[in-house]
Ligand binder design. Structure first.
Ligand code: ADP
Ligand code: MG
Length: 590
């Protein structure tokens, strides 16, 4: 296999550009992909992000593009940011091919400018599927002269609902044009697509570097974003670790979780990049010397941590990539000790767990979060275990005397009260150690809310049948919408879970791009508002809720919501046929 760009059969102009970019040697996917792509073969490439796929298809693409005017190559990207990025990288690679013009086209840019540039004879077009279709329909882009079509990040594009657009584009490109598909993952729809449109494609796969995962027990829990804090306490309570390391994604999360844990009585402290060396040393010193049970940290802050006896790593936020996961959980199970790792996963993050499992070949088992009753049972059996060993130790004479006196004083008739007294003591101990949390009969905030009776499909607007025909409803405006991944289920779950109202008291739910409007029984609305504004997270967004002033207004209330961040993406009325995601792409152009 060739190990230098020269050996890959590239022209002098491109080699010069590659050298200017500072690429010393081709990456594995480039070594693998460039030779077959130069021959014009169809190909399917799979490699992780950041492995140099752009140049892997970009160099052959430029090599095969001539100076004659008109579109010869088309690259489809899922987002406008990627289209711009790819187009910029191609332009750099084409620095010594001055007559090749590379044009990014995407929703949000005035279409006239793109039309003019296309008319001038751009040879390479890098675009988002929606805008490319737009140009095809206007006749301002023609594909008859196209010799190469590249689908970059094909899995992303399918996930975003571009499937039909992509099929239409592929169907309109010439029969004998080279088709190349790059994708980080190879789900069935991607295979179907390549089967339908590619001719005997070369399969280009870079095996992910095998990572050695420490042989420790690994569990993951499915949680809703707003349930994570409770879930964390549940895990801590049921396991009773002596030293646990909790990882989260941001400094803010570190602070929030630390404060929360401290308030709930745990010996916890946080570590992140904003602390100075003295503060860091102090926190680390306490963690090392067992003065802290729980250390909450970001990846960066944890880099310097060198502690051998961590019982457990808890990924409060799932790490960004496989390497991150392996690195984090490697903090436990050191020096021959038993270690355990727990990862919280939201519905939207499930693919990450699959990816981690695939690349590490580790067994990560799905766990059931301990219920309140479980926690109670675990605590009780621990306490009883302590009672048992205290009995076994003996030397109880002094205490026995106390009991006899107590009995003589309070129960002179000599009733058999031993059992009742023991029970009273247990109750006392449990309540003293764990406080009001021991009220196990209370409703469990982690219990899965009932699934609302409507489907959660990829439509732009979800309507639930009004359950309460009778009572008046108020409309609540929440700053979380489709672009944040809000679903009716998440909203209902969060509102019922946090405020304790029943699903029956929730009416229609309207999820827009940047916000949602939820109907709630008018008499409960104020309470729900107050609860939600206390710092509830839905889909990772800290909720700011207010009464909606839209049409069909609820009776005015005295309640004044606190300051609220304006939703950033302006909502545009959806066009009948566009999918939510495409509409998001379009709505960014305001
Ligand atoms: P991918 O599309 O696989 O996620 P990119 O093509 O965006 O990756 O490349 C990631 C980064 O690596 C870019 O900044 C790119 O310029 C750089 N890069 C690509 N190939 C090489 C190489 N052979 N040597 C050094 N850097 C490279
Ligand atoms: Mg890329």
């Amino acid at each position: 296999m060739a190990a230098s760009f020269e050996e890959l059969g590239l022209s002098r102009e491109l080699l010069k550009a590659v050298a200017d970019l500072g690429f010393e040697e081709p990456s594995p996917i480039q070594i693998l992909a460039i030779p077959p792509l130069l021959t014009g073969r169809d190909a399917v490439g799979q490699a992780q992000t950041g492995t140099g796929k752009t140049a892997a298809f970009g160099l052959p693409l430029l090599e095969r593009t001539t100076e004659s005017k008109g579109v010869q190559a088309l690259v489809l990207c899922p987002t406008r940011e990627l289209a711009i990025q790819v187009s910029e990288e191609l332009s750099k690679l084409a620095a010594y091919r001055r007559s090749i013009f590379i044009l990014p086209i995407y929703g949000g840019q005035p279409i006239e400018r793109q039309i003019r540039a296309l008319a001038k004879g751009a040879q390479v077009v890098v675009g988002t599927p929606g805008r490319v279709i737009d140009h095809l329909q206007r006749g301002t882009l023609r594909l008859d002269g196209t010799r190469m079509v590249v689908l970059d990040e094909a899995d992303e594009m399918l996930d975003m609902g571009f499937r039909e657009d992509i099929e239409l584009i592929l169907a309109q490109s010439p029969e004998d044009c080279q088709k190349v598909l790059f994708s980080a993952t190879m789900p069935q729809p991607i295979r179907d697509l390549s089967k339908r449109f590619l001719r005997e494609p070369e399969m280009l796969t870079i095996a992910h570097k095998m990572l050695t995962v420490p042989a420790i027990e690994q569990l993951y829990y499915e949680v809703r974003p707003y349930q994570k804090m409770d879930a964390l306490c549940r895990v801590l309570d049921s396991e009773g670790f002596r030293k646990a390391l909790v990882f989260c994604a941001t400094k803010r999360n570190v602070d929030e979780i630390t404060v929360h844990l401290q308030q709930r009585g745990y010996q916890a402290d946080g570590l992140h990049g904003d602390l100075n060396q003295t503060q860091r040393d102090r926190v680390m010193g306490r963690f090392r010397s067992d003065g802290l049970e729980i250390l909450v940290a970001t990846d960066v802050a944890a880099r310097g941590i060198d502690v051998d006896d961590v019982d457990a790593v808890i990924n409060y936020d799932i790490p960004h990539d496989v390497e991150g996961y392996v690195h984090r959980i490697g903090r436990t199970g050191r020096a021959g000790r038993v270690g355990r790792a727990f990862t919280f996963v939201t519905v939207r993050e499930q693919y990450k767990i699959r990816e981690i499992t695939r690349y590490t070949k580790a067994r990560i088992t799905q766990g059931q979060l301990p219920t309140l009753r479980d926690v109670h049972n675990i605590r009780t059996s621990k306490l009883l275990e302590e009672v048992r060993s205290t009995l076994a130790e003996g030397a109880l004479d002094r205490w026995r005397l106390l009991v006899e006196d107590f009995q003589a004083e309070n129960f002179p008739e000599g009733e058999a009260v031993a059992r009742d007294m023991a029970a009273a003591l247990l109750k006392l101990l449990m309540q003293r150690d764990f406080g009001a949390q021991e009220a196990v009969s209370e409703s469990d905030p982690l219990a899965v809310p009932p699934r609302p009776a409507f489907d959660d499909g990829p439509r732009n607007r979800e309507q639930r049948p009004r359950r309460r025909e009778s009572g008046p409803m108020s409309r609540l405006h929440l700053n979380v919408g489709r672009t944040h991944g809000a679903t009716p289920r998440a909203l209902v779950g969060a509102i019922t879970g946090e405020s304790g109202i029943s699903g029956q008291s929730i009416g229609a739910i309207d999820i827009r791009n940047a916000f949602s409007v939820v109907e709630v029984a008018a008499e409960l609305a104020e309470g729900v508002l107050v609860t939600l504004n206390k710092g509830v997270f839905i889909s990772g967004v800290r909720i700011s809720a207010k009464m909606d002033e839209g049409p069909d207004p609820a009776p005015r209330r005295a309640f004044k919501p606190g300051p609220r961040r304006q939703p950033s993406a302006k909502f545009k009325k959806p066009r009948g046929s566009t999918t939510g995601r495409k509409q998001f792409e379009q709505s960014q152009d305001v």
